[in-house]
Design a protein around this ligand. Structure first.
Ligand code: SAM
Ligand code: SF4
Ligand code: SF4
Length: 336
């Protein structure tokens, strides 16, 4: 079967699957409490894709060239029985990289079950080691020490080396960058410093809040000299750097200052089964209705193929005033 190529020559290789739109954190840059408050209407359970439906989409997407699947959310570990889904996806032919992004809060509870189910790796988000800063960012009173416990549990369960994602926001946690690098040097884990992005419409993003990756690298290399290293594979999102003294590596994800749309091979499946061809999309393609209306595998394959071949997204490259008024979907819904 020929693999679909989009209008900019990009194949479909990665699928990010959001398994829930709920989260036990209220990170100010993602689900600000003013918007995602007590009255916020999250999706009803019957609207979420079932594990069987997700597995079917993944199996069909694998036939079109997808080799990497990342489970995300919201907070994926809030979805009941997630290890069962991992077990179902771990045996899908063609998927050679199955990972999970989590805020780490429930990882100490779930790491062994996830690893036993066939998960190979996890990425854990941690924005600061300083409790006052971290709690101000997660807005849920959650201490950094608990995330560190989750990271240790995941490493002990064989889910390492672990990627630790830190979103850097000007005037909030930019002073913690070097401490974060230092804490994980020599552990084998890889900290990835992420530029704060203008996803969704509720986080009040301003360009002034973005700390360019170049600034992060300059701060770290002043203390611990760094050398750039080659990507692990073409189109890798993070730019990699190695400590000159052998202390391991870090990465930076410069989605704002150095966009990488040209090599973007990712699609996103929302928790309710809409397919999005860009993180900054304004609308998705409803697969759930088709799945539940009895579509055959060929019907779904045709749908996926036609969505992908029409894709022309390159938001980060054209980010400008012209796109400022777009009503983009929220990251907690579409999956990070
Ligand atoms: N709840 C899980 C977590 O936090 O890891 C998974 C979902 S979360 C949406 C996925 C990733 O997106 C996290 O690493 C988070 O820090 C990142 N993220 C969320 N909003 C962001 C923003 N505005 N800019 C950059 N990264 C963001
Ligand atoms: Fe939740 Fe992750 Fe968003 Fe934070 S970044 S609010 S942990 S989904
Ligand atoms: Fe891919 Fe859209 Fe991000 Fe560009 S802006 S890298 S097309 S998800």
């Amino acid at each position: 079967m020929t693999e679909p190529i989009d209008t900019l020559g990009r194949p479909l290789r990665d699928l990010r699957v959001s398994v829930t739109d709920r989260c036990n954190f209220r990170c100010t840059y993602c689900m600000p409490r003013e918007v995602f408050g007590r009255d916020y209407q999250f999706l009803e359970r019957s609207l979420l894709l079932t594990f069987e439906e997700i597995t079917r989409v993944v199996r069909l997407a694998a036939g079109l060239g997808v080799t990497k699947v990342r489970l995300t959310g919201g907070e994926p570990l809030l979805r009941k029985g997630l290890p069962d889904l991992v077990a179902m996806l771990a045996v899908v032919e063609g998927i050679d990289d199955l990972t999970l992004t989590t805020n780490g809060s429930l990882l100490a509870r779930d790491a062994v079950a996830l690893a036993s189910a066939g998960l190979r790796r996890v990425s854990v988000s941690l924005d600061s080691l300083d409790d006052a800063t971290f709690m101000a960012m997660n807005d849920a009173g959650f201490p950094a020490s608990k995330v560190l416990e989750g990271i240790d549990a995941a490493a002990a369960a064989g889910l390492g080396p672990i990627k630790i994602n830190m979103v850097v926001k000007r005037g909030v946690n930019d002073g913690d960058v070097v401490a974060m690098a230092e804490r994980f040097r020599g552990t084998g884990h890889i900290v990835r410093f992420i530029e704060y992005m203008d996803v969704g419409t509720s986080n009040g993003w301003r360009l002034d809040d973005v700390v360019p990756a170049a600034e992060v690298l300059a701060a770290i290399s002043k203390r611990f000299p760094l050398d750039p290293i080659a990507p692990n594979y073409p189109g890798e999102v993070a730019n990699r750097y190695r400590y000159r003294d052998g202390g391991g590596e870090i990465g930076v994800i410069a989605s704002v200052t150095r966009p990488f749309c040209g090599s973007c091979t990712r699609a996103r499946l929302s928790a309710e089964g809409s397919l999005y061809t860009c993180l900054f999309a304004t609308s998705g393609h409803d697969l759930r209705a088709r799945l539940r209306a009895g579509a055959t595998d060929d019907d779904i394959l045709d749908t996926l193929r036609s969505i992908w071949t029409r894709r022309g997204d390159r938001y980060s490259e054209i980010r400008s005033e012209a796109t400022a008024g777009w009503q983009k979907v929220e990251m907690s819904y579409i999956g990070g």
